[in-house]
Ligand binder design. Structure first.
Ligand code: ATP
Ligand code: MG
Length: 682
């Protein structure tokens, strides 16, 4: 493929990153600005200009799915043969290869879930062995290993971090040490061991390191903001003394710090490699200005460590609909309403695969699975990595592998072979049969994809391709609405995104309460969710879990400032219904609990707001809006007004530092706002 095609469809900054000479490159940029596109093109560029052979590039992505998509895109750009994998998959391969030299003997098996061994270790340590305790111990062990802490170093480290531990520290240490001992005795490896052993093999065996470094010359890491110290150690072992490393990431999408990840490596990259080419991207090519505005508002209110690195996104697409906010009585009603909207969209011609329903925790999926089944819309639950384990898919693969030569184009041949497995011409009606049929159709689509890049591909070639994908856990896109957790949605995009279950206690999740950094991570999760939408965003919440249950839930605190004042949902939640109930003087939500009633604000709403100033600002805004005949939020959003009342800017310079106040607003309202602040200052 020639260079001009590779460079087409890139803006100047993206191009600078793509064409930078070999060596360290760092792209620090917000969601939808083309980071993944940029690194894919960079690999293709380096390969096509002969700087490096495709086989010498190792691209690391966050999920198996992302890795698969990158391979597909690279193949389409004319550079097959690049290794695109997750850290774990790459390490697994390397370890298998180097095992005879660094350990010898039979290869240790991969542990399929650690709960059983953790349970044994917990029993011996006389710790809790109920399901919840075991899960907590298991995640704590994962965190410790990702943070490069051994059982010996654990106690000192958590003391220093003031980390809350899932039990008395000595007990956690005993469970951790016991688990390691049991696992090693059984000659098993867990996922983190893959990384630890790979790093150790390269660090301690110069022959192994030499061979590896001769084989891989150039490294690329996507979603680098979520790298753990353990992954970084593997990356350093891969690199050795070299610096041929491109990283891209967005600190504001850091959503795995609970698992030990840290944006530090991304943010400090330019310091570690002073000669690095550093590129910042701000143009958002994914989403409409409406979606971008919501994202900017949400992240503009971020505080704490990561917030300093936020960037304002600038939408590049034509305008679309405003985000939609809806309050429901209970969860099943919310799910039914979402399913109904989806069914209507699909009937109106939107592809089901261009719609996603995203939630905070996997347990929220089920009610949406039911609701979608009821309206007859197909869906897939992400974490769809299990695709290749489905019975019909296994049957299909066997049929394809064992088919005799078929004298027809590949796609027709595949259809013919899958007929007896259940691929009828028309979709069957039952939900279960329909799902199986969709899987088979997805296999046909894979054949279409393959023929597009390899016109001569035949059935045996396709069978091999399916094996490769199954090994790499890279499932095809199944026609259907995606149901996924916000964590699993990272890096992906859809035309329409439903963000559901947005109540306090779910997003932010209950256990984040009282921990400012944890709350900020929850905010970033919602930011990831919002920025997945290309065109249409629907946000919803329910006041009660069960039909007829107490309507005690409060919509997510993060929505405050996103919902325009004039919006119907905002009226519902801000006083339209049950207006006699006491409400928060900062955000307007109903007050729950005696503390909140005393404070006259929600516990987590900003406490240092000058309430009197806020009232005056609101009054001024109402007049201003009436005069201009626009909704109040067009003048300033609630979030901006609150920020003003919090920071009490004394001059223009401090006023523009407040998110939501650009040059135009400054020109128009700066004087009036500063006047109000000054007046109320005495
Ligand atoms: P995230 O932070 O969510 O991972 P990202 O920065 O990796 O986002 P991409 O997924 O690479 O963003 O790109 C977002 C969308 O914008 C994609 O659909 C991509 O094809 C498109 N895009 C990227 N750059 C351009 C460009 N220069 N012109 C047109 N479209 C672009
Ligand atoms: Mg990306």
């Amino acid at each position: 493929m020639s260079a001009p095609t590779l460079e087409a469809g890139l803006d100047d900054e993206q191009l600078a990153a793509v064409t930078a000479p070999r060596g360290p490159v760092c792209v620090l940029a917000g969601a939808g600005t083309g980071k993944t596109r940029t690194i894919t093109r960079r690999i293709a560029h380096l390969a096509s200009t002969g700087h490096v052979a495709p086989g010498q590039v190792l691209a690391v992505t966050f999920t198996a799915r992302a890795a698969g998509e990158m391979r597909t895109r690279l193949r389409a750009l004319g550079v097959p043969g690049v290794q695109a994998r997750t850290f774990h998959a790459a390490a697994l391969r390397q370890l298998r290869y180097f095992w005879p030299r660094v350990v010898g003997g039979p290869q240790w098996q991969l542990l399929d879930g650690k709960l059983r061994l953790v349970g044994q270790a917990a029993a011996r340590a006389k710790a809790g062995t109920d399901a919840a305790s075991l899960r907590d111990f298991a995640s704590e062990i994962e965190w410790a290993k990702a943070s490069l802490l051994t059982p010996d170093g654990y106690a000192a480290a958590v003391a220093k971090l003031r980390r809350e531990t899932p039990g008395p520290v000595e007990q956690v240490v005993a469970v951790y040490a016991g688990y390691e001992a049991l696992k090693n005795r059984a000659e098993m490896l867990d996922f983190d061991d893959l990384l630890l052993h790979t790093a150790a093999a390269l660090e301690e065996h110069s022959g192994v390191a030499e061979e590896f470094r001769d084989r891989y010359r150039c490294f690329v890491v996507d979603e680098y903001q979520d790298v753990t110290p353990l992954q970084q150690r593997v990356l350093d072992a891969w690199l050795g003394e070299r610096d041929d490393l491109t990283v891209v990431g967005d600190a504001n999408q850091t959503i795995y710090t609970f698992a030990g990840a840290s944006p530090r490596h991304l943010l400090e990259f330019p310091r570690r490699f002073p000669e690095a080419v550093v590129v910042r991207l701000q143009r958002d090519y994914r989403s409409t200005p409406q979606v971008v505005a919501a994202a900017n508002t949400l992240i503009g209110a971020a505080r704490g460590r990561v917030a300093g690195s936020r960037l304002q996104l600038v939408g590049q697409l034509p305008p679309g609909p405003d985000p939609d906010f809806t309050e429901h009585d209970d969860e099943p009603a919310e799910a039914a309403a979402v399913a109904k909207k989806i069914a209507r969209m699909v009937a109106d011609g939107t592809q089901a695969s261009e719609i996603a329903v995203l939630f905070r925790i996997n347990a929220q999926s089920e009610v949406y699975e039911q609701a979608l089944t009821e309206v007859g819309v197909p869906y897939q639950v992400r974490g769809g990595e299990r695709f290749f384990q489905r019975a019909e898919v296994r049957r299909a693969m066997i049929a394809i592998r064992s088919a005799g030569p078929v004298d027809a184009p590949l796609v027709d041949a595949v259809r013919a072979v899958l007929g007896p497995v259940g691929l009828t011409a028309e979709p069957p009606s039952g939900a279960q049969q329909r799902a199986q049929w969709e899987s088979l159709l997805a296999i046909v689509e894979l054949a279409e994809e393959l023929v597009a890049v390899e016109p001569a591909a035949d059935l045996p070639r396709f069978a091999a391709e399916l094996e490769t994908r199954a090994d790499a856990a890279h499932p095809p896109t199944v026609q259907g609405v995606t149901l996924a957790s916000l964590h699993a949605a990272k890096g992906l995009e859809w035309d329409v995104v439903f963000l559901v279950g947005l109540v306090d206690g779910t997003l932010p999740i209950q256990h984040a309460d009282g921990d400012d950094e944890a709350i900020e991570e929850e905010r970033r999760l919602l930011y990831v969710g919002i920025t997945r939408a290309r065109r249409q965003l629907a946000l919803s919440w329910a006041l009660s879990r069960q039909p007829g249950g107490p309507r005690r839930r409060r919509r997510s605190r993060f929505l405050y400032g996103l919902i325009p004042d004039e919006h119907p949902a905002s009226r519902i939640a801000n006083g339209g219904r049950g207006a006699s109930k006491p409400r928060c003087r900062v955000c307007g939500s109903p007050l729950i609990g005696t503390d909140a009633l005393k404070l006259r604000r929600c516990g987590d709403c900003p406490s240092d707001v000058d309430v009197e100033l806020l009232d005056r600002l609101r009054g001024w805004r109402a007049d201003e809006a009436k005069e201009q005949q626009v909704p109040a939020y067009v003048v300033f959003t609630d979030a901006t007004l609150t920020a003003i009342a919090e920071h009490r800017p004394a001059d223009t310079a401090s006023l523009v530092r407040i998110p939501g106040i650009g040059a135009r607003k400054l020109d128009r309202y700066g004087e009036a706002v500063l006047g109000l602040v000054a007046e109320s200052g005495s």
